[in-house]
Write a protein that binds this ligand. Structure first.
Ligand code: PMP
Length: 358
């Protein structure tokens, strides 16, 4: 590690021997009028880089085993995953604690990433221990306290066929960025408006919902766009049979007669690590819970509804399809949200096993 010149796998015979170096293979950018003197120079001027984005999220990204300066990372335009969504990823958080920042349930996220990769026959060059160490080092090197960690494994450049395992290298990167409340501080405190999307959740006979596959998220994107168009923060998707699946990036919980209820894989969900954490916290708080399929009518009648996810944490739902869901002071959602934040910030030593200190 520590070599800042390595980028994604160069393709032998196409990019040439120096293609792994930052800027290699691209004409030098030309600035100022003096540079456009020759025909060759002006032909080269048609080559531009992609819109640069916010490279200042963090200075370093981990790529295939090395640290690269973010502004030096190049991605081939025929990267398989860019065209077909053939990648798998994770979303992980780290939090400030009384000592050092700590990554929450790192090993569980990494294991899920490896399971997602296996599902698509994607062979990674790194095992769970390597990826955990790399994630911690990426957080440390970028000086992130509270932030988001995005490991991404994807098929790179090599073939346009829909069998990438034979022609494309597997690329692996880990990026980090500072990150606050995904659905806003107000959403965490007072709840968010959600809609029931008119888009249905893909069934497990079509794509595996338990796998965190890049292309799977086009379904979530449509539902999220619909939520935004209808003035809501989130959308809940139903299955084709009318039962509730999940939100675009969160699992759904509700409370009925003091019992906490959520669904499972049978309802085409990604079984969230936050969902598992909340079910554990509920058990330890003596809150009774049921795991079963449910329909939207039960949400309309619920005393409380909340969403769980690494990004959204534990976010109450304040309204669903325009029906308000008043907050319950000292209710189940509030107790679980508080317990969750204590847990992730290292204030409850019963859950110290879930923290990997940076
Ligand atoms: N469902 C979907 C579709 C998601 O993208 C996520 C976020 N990873 C979740 C549920 C919640 O999973 P987790 O709690 O592991 O972040």
């Amino acid at each position: 590690m520590g070599d800042d010149t390595r980028t994604l796998a160069p393709r032998a015979g196409i990019d040439g021997p120096t293609s792994g170096l930052p800027g290699a293979g691209l004409p030098a950018p030309v600035r100022g009028p003096g540079a456009a003197g020759t025909a060759a120079a002006s032909a080269a001027r048609t080559v531009a880089r992609l819109k640069p984005g916010l490279e200042r999220h963090a200075p370093w990204v981990w790529v295939n085993g090395d640290f690269v300066r973010t502004e030096d990372l190049r991605v081939h335009y025929f990267t398989h995953a860019l065209h077909y969504g053939s990648g798998v990823f994770e979303g992980i958080r780290c939090y400030e604690t009384a000592s050092s920042p700590a990554v929450f349930r790192l090993r569980d996220h990494v294991e899920r990433l490896l399971a997602s990769a296996r599902f698509y026959g994607m062979r990674l060059d790194f095992g769970a221990a390597d990826l955990c160490a790399a994630a911690l080092e990426t957080v440390r090197r970028n000086g992130i306290g509270s932030g988001y960690i995005r490991p991404l494994a994807f098929y790179g450049e090599g073939s346009i066929h829909l069998t990438p395992a034979t022609g494309c290298p597997t690329e692996m990167m880990i990026a980090v960025r500072p990150f606050g409340a995904y659905l806003g501080d107000d959403g965490l405190a007072n709840g968010v408006k959600v809609i029931l999307s008119s888009w249905r959740k893909f069934d497990r006979s079509m794509l595996p919902p338990t796998v965190k596959g890049c292309g799977h998220y086009m379904n979530s994107i449509l539902a999220a766009q619909e939520a935004q168009a209808r003035g809501a923060a989130e959308a809940i998707l139903l299955n084709a049979d009318g039962t509730v699946a999940e939100a675009t990036g969160e699992n759904v919980f509700f409370v009925k007669d003091g019992v906490l209820i959520t669904n499972d894989e049978v309802s085409n969900i990604l079984p969230g690590i936050t969902r598992d954490t909340v079910l554990t916290l509920a058990r330890d708080l003596g809150i009774p819970a049921q795991v079963r399929a449910f329909r939207p009518e039960e949400l309309f009648a619920a005393a409380e509804i909340f969403l769980t996810g690494t990004a959204a944490e534990v976010t109450p739902v304040a309204a669903i399809d325009g029906r308000s869901v008043p907050a319950v002071a000292g209710g189940v959602a509030a107790r679980l949200q508080q317990a969750y934040f204590h847990c992730v910030r290292g204030r409850d030593l019963r859950y110290a096993r879930w923290l990997s200190h940076v």
